[in-house]
Design a protein around this ligand. Structure first.
Ligand code: GTP
Length: 611
């Protein structure tokens, strides 16, 4: 399969518009997977994806498609007709947190299927994904899906595609991934409209490292796109980033399982096994080439931008090594997480991890627990702030506790990350949404009707204000009809203060946060209230205080009392006593002791929420 019969395309869409279902149908149509394989959303392989019904990881599948003469849209004499094509399909996630996965996938594609739900129409992530594909100069085939639904309005969607993206409505395909209607038009359109990959087989080999995963037996398996040249099993290759050399022990395609082919040609997407042992060797975005030739590296990827940071600690202090191992393995499959070691007075040794958003953080924790059996405690998430001092020094604060390590320095400015948010909503909810954005310190940038009943709003908002519960609030306020997406827009000055939490006079570093000074009292009160509810009573009073500098902004006292587990134990039977005490200890497994106060995991989890 030389490049002229190869097509690389991605399916992009707003969340739940049917990407993964459409991918299933295309895999079935080409006989790549069996019909009724009993596992919907075949490419969503991770347990977390199945449980949550969302795609988290982009997945590639290679299909072979016989393009028949009768399929030709333009003419029966089409030179494309009657040939067999190799199609690489990349299913991508829809949620805003995973747009990094989407932009990476697009680097291996020449075109996309932009899937839009026929009833919901264009949503915020449709807009974001359209621009990712448009900026990458890809051919865009609009697919209006779910036309079987009673409330489907394909004509209105066509109008939106025209007015927002200037896409020709005549080019839109109408499909139902559920009933199969219109699906026979999809692959012919891919062959006819999406250009073949541009590279040259005769050129020296250049491969882009797209992703990797870890296999217990074979080590790191790299997913690659061959941009130029060809690769054979047994070839010696080298990495541009690390300068390390490897022998290619296996090479093949994802069909959709790993299938050895012994060879990959220009334009193909596949996997290689090279005996890389450490995940640090597989750098996503790296250019791999034949050891003896030197090549100009490919553009690679923009580094992932971390939006939230949180401490990740072993639930049981002795498990630090196990957690470290689990994190290393998982970051091999999720290169967008940043990891550095840190130590907390309250929690001991752990890691500070950077995530693309809160859903990403949640998914990371869930995968750590499900796939690697790690039990973790995570601290209150924070966004990265920048503080500057009179001596000209500047720090990016990913952990509020870092602020205490700048003694004697006078702060000159504080800046917080901001985003440009896009909201698409039915017009009746606009009023409520404007109020919500104002409460969150937002500034309106755009207010546009995209058709007679839908409005697109753009707001500049502090990341801190939207990162936790903004999305939930927006959904509940609009009965789920509004959608939301955001992109990074740098930093702006803000009046920020550190909010410390003290338990019986002792500051708990893992509970500290940085807040806007106008909201310090409000957040202080909330945190104190929440802690009062989640901390169990002790044998003594527990004073819970929120403090800014030396000023106490909120205070509660949890009065003494503790269930005395020994009360029922009349006799002096020591072993029974010990059993009861151990049982009580079990119940507190995921607690941390701060001074003399036991703090449950929930305390760390809920604090950033605005409600
Ligand atoms: P993410 O991966 O989470 O971004 O979602 P997705 O876009 O991959 O959507 P998915 O394929 O998981 O489909 C979402 C829901 O829509 C599922 O319940 C599907 O069964 C349903 N669905 C998909 N296509 C159709 C269709 O053509 N008609 C109808 N009625 N439902 C569909």
């Amino acid at each position: 399969y030389p490049p002229d019969v190869t097509r690389n395309f991605s399916i992009i869409a707003h969340i739940d518009h049917g990407k993964s279902t459409l991918a299933d149908r295309l895999l079935e149509l080409t006989g790549t997977i069996k019909k009724g394989h009993g596992q919907p959303q075949y490419l969503d392989k991770l347990q977390v994806e199945r449980e949550r019904g969302i795609t988290v990881k982009a997945q590639t599948a290679t299909m072979f498609y016989n393009y028949m003469r009768e399929n030709a849209e333009a003419s029966c004499a089409s030179p494309l007709a009657g040939r067999s094509y190799l199609l690489n399909l990349i299913d991508t996630p829809g949620h805003v947190d995973f747009s990094y996965e989407v932009s990476r996938s697009l680097a291996a594609c020449q075109g996309v299927l932009l899937v839009v739900d026929a009833a919901q129409g264009v949503q915020a992530q449709t807009v974001a994904n359209f621009y990712l594909a448009f900026e990458a100069d890809l051919t865009i085939i609009p697919v209006i899906n779910k036309i079987d639904q009673a409330n489907a309005e394909p004509d209105r969607v066509k109008e939106q595609l025209k007015s927002l993206f200037d896409l020709d409505p005549k080019g839109a395909l109408l499909t139902s991934a559920k009933t199969g209607e219109g699906l026979s038009k999809v692959l012919p359109a891919v062959v006819e409209r999406i250009p073949s990959p541009k590279g040259l087989i005769a050129s020296p080999l250049r491969m882009l490292l797209l992703d990797s995963h870890y296999d217990e037996y074979r080590g790191v398996i790299c997913h690659v796109a061959v941009v130029d040249g060809m690769l054979r099993k047994g070839d010696k290759i080298a990495s541009t980033a690390t300068r390390q050399s490897y022998e290619v022990m296996d090479v093949g395609i994802m069909h959709p399982e790993l299938t050895p082919t012994g060879l990959l040609l220009t334009g193909q997407v596949g996997y290689i096994v090279t005996g890389m042992r450490s995940t640090h060797e597989a750098r996503v975005g790296d250019t791999l080439h034949h050891g003896q030739t030197s090549v100009t590296p490919l553009p690679g990827f923009k580094p992932a931008k971390h939006m939230v940071f949180a401490g990740v600690y072993p639930a049981d202090g002795s498990d630090f090594e196990a957690l470290s191992h689990a994190i290393e393995r998982l970051t091999c499959n999720d290169a967008s997480v940043s990891v550095t070691k840190e130590t907390s007075g309250a929690l001991g040794m752990g890691f500070r991890c950077g995530f693309l958003g809160l859903l990403h953080m949640d998914v990371f924790h869930q995968r750590l627990e499900q796939e690697y059996g790690a039990q973790v405690i995570s601290t209150t998430p924070t966004v990265p702030y920048i503080f500057e001092y009179t001596d000209g020094s500047k720090i990016t604060v990913q952990n509020p506790a870092m602020l205490s390590s700048q003694p004697g320095k006078r702060q000159t400015s504080a800046r917080e990350p901001i985003v440009i948010a896009t909201i698409v909503t039915p017009s009746e909810y606009v009023g409520g949404l404007i109020t919500l954005c104002c409460e969150r310190r937002g500034v309106q940038l755009e207010y546009n009707f995209i058709d007679s009943q839908r409005v697109l709003l753009k707001y500049k908002l502090p990341l801190r204000e939207i990162v936790v519960d903004f999305y939930d609030e927006l959904k509940s306020m609009t009965s789920g009809y509004a959608s939301f997406d955001y992109e990074d827009a740098g930093y702006q000055e803000a009046d920020l203060v550190k909010l410390d939490i003290m338990l019986n006079g002792q500051s708990v570093d893992a509970l500290a946060s940085i807040v806007h000074s106008s909201k310090a009292q409000y957040f202080g009160r909330k945190v104190v209230d929440k802690l009062r509810k989640v901390i169990e009573r002790h044998m003594f009073d527990v004073a819970i205080q929120a403090v800014v500098g030396t000023r106490v902004v909120a205070r509660e006292t949890l009065s003494a009392m503790r269930k005395n587990v020994l009360a029922k134990c009349y006799g002096g039977d020591v072993s029974r006593k010990r059993k009861l005490l151990e049982k009580q200890k079990e119940g507190k497994k995921r607690m941390k002791r701060v001074g003399s106060v036991d703090l449950p995991q929930e305390a760390f989890h809920q604090l950033l929420q605005n409600k």
